[in-house]
Design a protein around this ligand. Structure first.
Ligand SMILES: NC(=O)c1ccc[n+]([C@@H]2O[C@H](COP(=O)([O-])OP(=O)(O)OC[C@H]3O[C@@H](n4cnc5c(N)ncnc54)[C@H](O)[C@@H]3O)[C@@H](O)[C@H]2O)c1
Length: 260
């Protein structure tokens, strides 16, 4: 355990975090955070249950770390108040703790919803204009700027993964373009934690796809070679995608505020 890299995984009780918790445990000494129950600690794990907006908690859980895999936050269509708390304030509190503790590397779950209002007929890349499709997308756009600031000002490196749809298998027609398998996500996180130099890098994170609308040349430089292919599931979905926008239902869903 003493020779292992020490990594904080936030969102460790969530869908993606639960997968990464199991996948990374053999190779890293993990600090785990979530506001939700984390269950019992397993080998190589130290638990830090609590809210990311708590500066004292963040200071304790980043002490002595080599890197952070930041997957905690509100995922999906939420009110502005919700994403403000977890994705904006929580992320700033975590980065500030990382700066004070001298953590140099963060792999962070951004989202394709930063550019969700581009039409599905366009192929875009990380340099294309941001067009967030929701308050959630706006909060991820903030995170990309925040991490850029912490790199330019303090040299903290961040790999921003604009994750498409990370599920065990595609569950909707749109996911033939956006799907990211768990093991391909794991590969990206491992590359992000171990690469010699990242700087501030933004990439779209998907498995192989013929229908994709995102192009990220930096992924090859990083050494990413997806093992899974969304096309293997194409027979499950009939006809063309009904979506106009790359963000799919996020671009047309009512605001959470209007549903309340
Ligand atoms: N699943 C996807 O397809 C997908 C796509 C794009 C981006 N992402 C991003 O990846 C990350 C993980 O996604 P997921 O699908 O596992 O979501 P999830 O909701 O299952 O997990 C997120 C976890 O973060 C925790 N959390 C929320 N607010 C917190 C706070 N203030 N303090 C501490 N913990 C808090 C939640 O309790 C939850 O367990 C999120 O940042 C999400 O925005 C996911």
């Amino acid at each position: 355990m003493r020779d292992m890299k020490r990594v904080l995984l936030t969102g460790a009780s969530g869908r993606i975090g639960s997968y990464l918790r199991g996948a990374l445990a053999q190779d890293f000494a993990l600090h785990l955070n979530d506001v939700a129950d984390l269950g019992p600690a397993r080998a190589n794990e130290t638990l830090f249950q609590g809210d990311l907006t708590d500066p004292d908690l963040c200071a304790r859980m980043v002490a002595g770390l080599d890197a952070i895999a930041h997957f905690g936050g509100r995922s999906g269509i939420h009110s502005f108040a919700d994403v403000l708390h977890s994705n904006i304030v929580g992320m700033q509190v975590l980065y500030e703790a990382a700066r004070k503790a001298g953590v140099r590397r963060i792999v962070w779950a951004s989202s394709n919803h930063v550019t969700g209002f581009h039409p599905v007929t366009e192929v875009i890349d990380p340099a294309s204009p941001r067009r967030p499709d929701s308050f959630y997308g706006v909060s991820k756009s903030f995170g990309e700027d925040l991490s850029r600031f912490y790199f330019d000002r303090f040299g903290i490196e961040t790999l921003c993964l604009r994750i498409g749809s990370c599920f065990p298998e595609p569950t909707a027609r749109r996911m033939l373009a956006t799907w990211l398998s768990h093991r391909d996500l794991e590969q990206l996180v491992r590359l992000g934690l171990s690469a010699g130099r990242i700087g501030h890098m933004v990439v779209y994170a998907t498995s192989e796809t013929r229908e994709g609308f995102w192009h990220s040349p930096a992924l090859r430089v990083l050494g990413y070679r997806p093992k899974d292919d969304a096309d293997a599931f194409a027979a499950r979905f009939d006809g063309p995608s009904p979506e106009r926008f790359q963000g799919g239902p996020f671009a047309t869903a009512p605001l959470a505020e209007d549903r309340a």
